[in-house]
Design a protein. Structure first.
Length: 54
């Protein structure tokens, strides 16, 4: 499982945790997150995220 960080606000999407507030269940891979999904902190799209190692 990987993590992706918003380059605008720093919010982290963790594939292992998903994003319950947006209905994305734990274990959802980044490529399976809907293309129109927005960062829950600042509202930017997936194109503003980079994979990071934590």
């Amino acid at each position: 499982m990987k993590t992706y960080q918003c380059i605008v606000c720093g919010w982290i999407y963790d594939e292992a945790k998903g994003c319950a507030e947006d209905g994305i269940p734990p274990g959802t891979r980044w490529e399976d997150v809907p293309a129109d999904w927005k960062c829950p902190e600042c509202g930017v799209g997936k194109e503003e995220f980079d994979m990071v190692e934590i």
